[in-house]
Each structure stands twice: as structure tokens, then as C-alpha cells.
Design a protein. Structure first.
Lengths: 137, 64
């Protein structure tokens, strides 16, 4: 199996998982959703194991890193913004809507968790790739 | 950064797939390098130069 075939497999698996989860949501069946996701993951794992061709190289890793960073920035900013909006709406509405405020606070905690995870993983990789303040002569 | 991978490949009658296999990357990466859309790491540049038994400077040229 070459990289192109692997990409097709990935798209097919993603379509299968999406369809299964959509059907599971319609029928309100969490087991079907979980089964779909697990089957998809297992299938891709087996395909990766069986494939002899190179499926991931430095260019793909670079692209993945850039895409992940962009997704992280967009998602974190969006969640932080939404949390502020929900907190403000919850407090200013008459009568005050505690549920909206709770949702806003929860979202802000998720944004904070995301920032904390980023900081920790940055620190980890920074140490791994030798960023240090020690000067060497 | 420019490179002469296509020229050296043609001289040795080698396909992109064969070169990709020899240096352990996908064919898409070789295409991207040949089109100057992706600058390879130093390690990959050395591997590519090694396949052609040339020095890195002969294959890759840096333009200011």
C-alpha cells in the first residue's frame, strides 16, 4: 500500500466514523457511536501496521504541526471569546440566567486547560530539543 | 533554496518513487522538494546527496 492508497483509506474511515456517529446521534445510541469510533481507530491502526510504504515523513509532520498550531489558536480564542459572551449575557439578562454563566465559566476553564496543556507540551519539547539558558564556551 | 534533484534523477534514470523509497520519505515529499515548495531537513538533504554520491552543495544551492 502506498501513501495515496493510505490517504484514501483514511478518508473512507473518516466518512464511515462520521456516518456512524451521525446515525447514533439520530437514534440516540451512544454504544453505536462508540463502536463506530473504535472500529475506525482499530481499522486505521491495522492498516498502518500492515502498510510497508512510508506513511509519515518530515514534511507531513511539519504540515501536521502547523495545522495543529493553527487549530489550537483558533479553537482557544473562540472558546475564550464565547466564554466571555456567555458570562456577560448570563449576568446582564433579566432575570440573570445562571445556566449561561455556568456554561461561560466552564468554557473559560476549558480555554485555560488548553493554554496550560500548550505551555506544558511546549516546555517538554523545549527541554527535549535542548533549549537552555546555560552558555557554553 | 534551489536544487538539482530532477537533473540528477534523470541522469541516473531514477523515478521519484525510487528516490523516495531510498531516502525513506513519501513521493509527495520528493515532488515538493523538486518544486522548491518544501526545504528538506539537513538530514534528508544529506541522504538525498548520498543516494547520488554527491555533496550537498552540488545538489542544493542557497540563494540570498
Amino acid at each position: 500500500m502506498n501513501y495515496k492508497q493510505f490517504k484514501k483509506m483514511k478518508v473512507l474511515t473518516a466518512s464511515f466514523v462520521s456516518a456512524t456517529v451521525a446515525i447514533a446521534v439520530v437514534y440516540n445510541n451512544i454504544i453505536l457511536a462508540l463502536a463506530g469510533v473504535l472500529i475506525g481507530m482499530l481499522f486505521l491502526f491495522l492498516v498502518r501496521k500492515k502498510a510497508k510504504a512510508v506513511l509519515v515523513d518530515e514534511r507531513i509532520q511539519t504540515i501536521s504541526g502547523l495545522a495543529a498550531r493553527l487549530a489550537y489558536v483558533i479553537l482557544t480564542i473562540t472558546i475564550a471569546f464565547l466564554s466571555l459572551v456567555f458570562i456577560m449575557i448570563g449576568r446582564k439578562s433579566v432575570p440573570p440566567q445562571a445556566s449561561l454563566e455556568v456554561l461561560g465559566v466552564t468554557l473559560s476553564y476549558i480555554a485555560l486547560l488548553s493554554l496550560a496543556l500548550y505551555s506544558l507540551s511546549y516546555k517538554f519539547f523545549s527541554n527535549k530539543y535542548g533549549e537552555t539558558d546555560d552558555e557554553q564556551d | 533554496m534551489t536544487n538539482k534533484i530532477k537533473v540528477y534523477r534523470a541522469m541516473r534514470d531514477m523515478t521519484q518513487e525510487q528516490l523516495a523509497c531510498k531516502v525513506g520519505v513519501t513521493r509527495q515529499t520528493i515532488i515538493a522538494i523538486e518544486k522548491n515548495k518544501y526545504i528538506p531537513s539537513l538530514e534528508l538533504a544529506f541522504k538525498i546527496a548520498g543516494v547520488f554520491s554527491e555533496t550537498v552543495e552540488n545538489i542544493f544551492q542557497h540563494q540570498q
